[in-house]
Design a binder for this molecule. Structure first.
Ligand SMILES: Cc1ncc(COP(=O)(O)O)c(C=O)c1O
Length: 423
């Protein structure tokens, strides 16, 4: 076997035992989430970042109600980008005053919820949206989302080239309408991209430059901001060669920025950092195929439930899945293929895996962010997988696996010609 092939991670025995229990009790495909790991991420952030920095959980990374329950209980706020995420944040118990409502254009359902939740802070993305929200008579305090005027170092970028937020000229026009619009502007919001592992690049581009931009915008509008959301983009080490983000270094920079921003409070909106490493995607081997000249197993999941594999190049860089309860001797390069009739349905290009038989369960690690919740999950009329949380040995079902027929729920027939009554 090639010595370059990645070996699976070896999580501690308690985690492996919980994953085995979950696959036996709830079957596969299933997402499993280690609640203790989520709490540990929150504690790590508290330990390294200045206490003045407020943290929000970006629900777009994973809006499972059970996951949101855990993060609300940890005392952080919520960053939501749709009415569905807004409803989930309220249901999970995030305080309304700790809910930050963003997204490129607020839909009528979101506006209705904003009317009912005047404590929530609202991020405005364009002049057109400012006019629309003002006409709606909302009482929520607002911040302006600013389009970065600097390059992003993120793997998934939202820098100067992106469509989000106000440009310099847009901001000038918004400034002209501030007094007439009746909305109170309390600050700014900048998000320059996702998945940055280099602390120096994160500090320089995503944090320092975001504050510079916000302060210039405040001068332009002649306001003294009380709230500046610097975004974040804190990355997750997915590949064996990825170094974890040096959080202490980020904390030092934030301490300097807190002083510079005062009396405005600094806010971060993080998704991936809280949940990615807590998630496992469990699939069972159905049989064997070959793929690009090497051995391959076909499993009962697929890329339709793993949107996170796309865009980040994870299918070739991630660590191989953990074979649960399978002797890990005689490893050989093996690909893991999903069950869709899609050539690209490849969950793993090649990893060192033991001989696998039908029914063996594989656990993909680092699957907690942007997996199911960003996926084209209905492809092939696929039912949703189960979602289960584990807290040590305690298991909590968060979503029952849906039966195949669930795909028919809420669908209506089109009457055929002979069924239409003659006029
Ligand atoms: C506006 C905005 N905020 C926050 C996030 C969360 O980013 P991450 O999961 O990298 O922390 C994203 C992700 O794309 C985003 O677009």
């Amino acid at each position: 076997m090639s010595s370059e092939l990645e070996q699976p991670d070896r999580p501690d025995e308690a985690v492996t035992a919980a994953l085995q229990q979950i696959s036996q009790r709830y079957g596969t495909p299933t997402y499993a989430f280690d609640i203790q790991r989520i709490r540990a991420q929150v504690e790590k952030l508290h330990r390294h970042l200045p206490s003045e920095v407020e943290m929000l959980y970006s629900l777009k990374a994973n809006a499972s109600l059970g996951i949101c329950d855990v993060l609300a209980d940890c005392g952080i706020g919520a960053d939501v980008a749709s009415a569905g995420e807004f409803a989930t944040a309220l249901e999970a118990g995030f305080g309304p005053e700790r809910i930050f409502v963003a997204g490129p254009f607020k839909m009528p359902e979101t506006v209705a919820m904003l009317h009912d939740t005047p404590q929530a802070i609202l991020s405005v993305d364009s002049l057109s949206e400012l006019r629309f929200l003002a006409a709606e008579g909302l009482r929520n305090r607002i911040v302006f989302r600013l389009r970065p005027d600097f390059d992003s170092h993120a793997v998934v970028r939202a820098g100067s080239e992106c469509r989000f937020g106000l440009t310099h000229d847009d901001l000038l026009r918004c400034g002209d309408e501030l007094t007439s619009c009746g909305l109170e502007v309390i600050g700014f919001h900048v998000f320059a991209g996702s998945q940055v592992l280099d602390a120096d690049k994160l500090n320089e581009a995503h944090l320092r430059r975001a504050l510079d931009l916000s302060q210039r915008a405040a001068d332009m509008l002649g306001i003294s901001p009380s709230f500046i959301n610097l975004g974040g983009g804190f990355g997750t080490p997915y590949g064996a060669k990825d170094q974890p983000l040096d959080l202490a270094r980020v904390g030092d920079e934030l301490a300097r920025l807190v002083e510079r921003a005062a009396p405005a409070r600094l806010v971060l909106e993080l998704g991936r950092y809280f949940v990615a490493e807590a998630g496992y995607y469990l699939v069972s081997v159905l049989g064997h195929q070959t793929y690009q000249g090497r051995a391959a197993v076909v499993v009962d999941g697929g890329v339709h439930q793993r949107a996170d594999l796309c865009g980040l190049g994870l299918r070739s860089k991630q660590k191989p899945p953990i074979p649960l309860g399978v002797e890990s001797n005689s490893l050989r390069p093996t690909a893991v293929l999903g069950c869709l009739s899609l050539p690209d349905d490849v969950l793993l290009d090649a990893g060192a895996l033991p001989e696998l038989a039908a029914g063996d369960v594989l656990a993909f690690s680092n699957a907690g962010a942007y997996g199911l919740w960003s996926s084209p999950a209905m492809f092939h009329s696929s039912p949703l997988p189960a979602e289960v949380a584990f807290d040590g040995a305690e298991l909590h079902l968060m979503r029952q696996r849906q039966p195949a027929e669930s795909i028919l729920n809420d669908q209506l027939h089109v009457p055929q010609r002979q069924e239409v009554a003659p006029s």
